[in-house]
Design a protein around this ligand. Structure first.
Ligand code: SF4
Length: 404
């Protein structure tokens, strides 16, 4: 074996040793970045057929760890390699930094990548597709909120517990004492009973010396009998990544179900709570790339974010017509200049836009996939329920429709 020491290994990632990412259909991946994407081979286990332990000890997962130890790039991690090669901040780098203290697991690993030790340190589970929103860059496969807009067969209401050979709760419970971080995503995780079952269990067992991490639409902090903030106060740290792409009317249009005043009040209610870090996880698409600077200024002005807040930019890949690469070349140039001028004139203290906006520009310009007919078709079919609002209220959509 050529390389084993993770610190000398540029292609190493600790996640395959200590992490679980499960989706509501029972599929398990090494992490939320190593998920199916056109052209990228996938590495997937299924809880319908196997337990978590069987997946963790499978030949495929062993091979992934072996490749990591040898400094080889396993295809399953292609998206991280792309970010690494572009000089960006990959999920791999982020997690290696966060979980460095678990690098010793490599010393317990055999040459073939197998390891007897089986205690997750980080868990990321999407328990269901239950959601109260119908975000335009999401869809019925991930949100039950979309169903009311669909004519014909509805999207699935997937629940992880229905798609496992053995109870997922029984399987993860034994790992909770060793876990440093639990990441809840959805659907909308704050709506999910399983989320509260875990929190209640952790509190009862005194296992609160950990980080809870969320992607939430921040629409409601009270579900069932719970006020989630009361629970969060009991944990060492809570990282809230608010899934918000715009403010005001644009927010209500881009993520259907949003009542902006309520979301804003919920965001403000978290300020000043010592163990809660509020960040913004935005999806960047043609629906907001012309709005994002104004959105940031608004949040800063309101005191919702400051220089300590993590602002994340995720690119919308679906539907392809909403991807910022599908903007005509001349309009891309205008957007590039608009974002650059904003950065030049920006006198606030947030640092994320300074590296995030150049990444958005660089991604946007990497490929040109403008197809007017596809955009028009999509707006008239999948998005007919918001066609009028989108074409009247989103300037960039108006401009795109005028473009040849
Ligand atoms: S290298 Fe990237 S894609 Fe692969 S497991 Fe690590 S974080 Fe996930």
């Amino acid at each position: 074996m050529a390389i084993k020491n993770p610190s000398d290994n540029e292609n190493f990632c600790i996640l395959p040793w200590m992490h679980l990412y499960a989706e509501p259909d029972g599929n398990v991946f090494p992490c939320c970045t190593a998920v199916p994407y056109p052209g990228i081979p996938e590495l997937k286990g299924s809880l319908k057929d196997n337990t978590l332990a069987e997946i963790y000890h499978s030949d495929e997962w062993n091979k992934l760890r072996k490749d990591m130890m040898e400094g080889k790039r396993n295809d399953a991690c292609t998206r991280c390699w792309q970010f690494d090669d572009a000089g960006g901040s990959s999920y791999r780098k982020h997690n290696n930094n966060l979980f460095k203290k678990h690098f010793n697991l490599v010393d317990l690993t055999a040459e073939d990548g197998s390891i007897e030790e089986f205690h997750f340190k980080a868990i990321n589970i999407r328990f269901s597709t239950e959601c109260n929103f119908a975000c335009l860059t999401c869809g019925p496969s991930w949100s039950t909120g979309w169903n009311k807009y669909i004519i014909g067969p509805k999207g699935p209401n997937l629940k992880l517990e229905d798609n496992t050979k053995e109870s997922v709760w029984d399987q993860i419970k034994e790992h909770l004492p060793t876990v440093d971080e639990i990441y809840f995503t959805g659907g909308e995780p704050l709506m999910m009973p399983e989320h509260y079952k875990i929190l209640d269990y952790l509190i009862q067992q005194g296992l609160t010396d950990m980080t809870l991490r969320y992607n939430t639409n921040m629409s409601n902090l009270n579900f069932y009998k719970y006020n989630v903030v009361d629970k969060w106060r009991m944990f060492k740290k809570v990282e809230v990544g608010a899934s918000i792409d715009a403010y005001g009317e644009r927010a209500e249009l881009v993520r259907l179900g949003t009542k902006w005043d309520q979301v804003e009040a919920n965001l403000l209610s978290l300020k000043g709570i010592d163990n809660i870090n509020l960040g913004i996880d935005s999806v960047i698409s043609i629906l907001n790339v012309d709005h994002i600077p104004k959105f940031h200024l608004y949040l800063e002005h309101k005191g919702i974010v400051d220089e300590t807040s993590i602002m994340s930019y995720n690119i919308a890949f679906s539907p392809p017509e909403f991807n910022i690469q599908a903007i005509p070349v001349d309009m891309k140039e205008e957007i590039k200049q608009f974002l650059e001028i904003h950065l030049e004139n920006y006198s606030g203290r947030m640092t994320h836009p300074r590296w995030g906006f150049p990444q958005i520009i660089s991604f946007m310009k990497e490929k040109d996939t403008w197809d007017r007919s596809k955009l028009v078709h999509n707006l008239h079919s999948r998005f007919r329920h918001v066609y009028k609002e989108m074409t009247e209220n989103i300037p960039i959509i108006k401009q795109l429709l005028r473009h040849e």
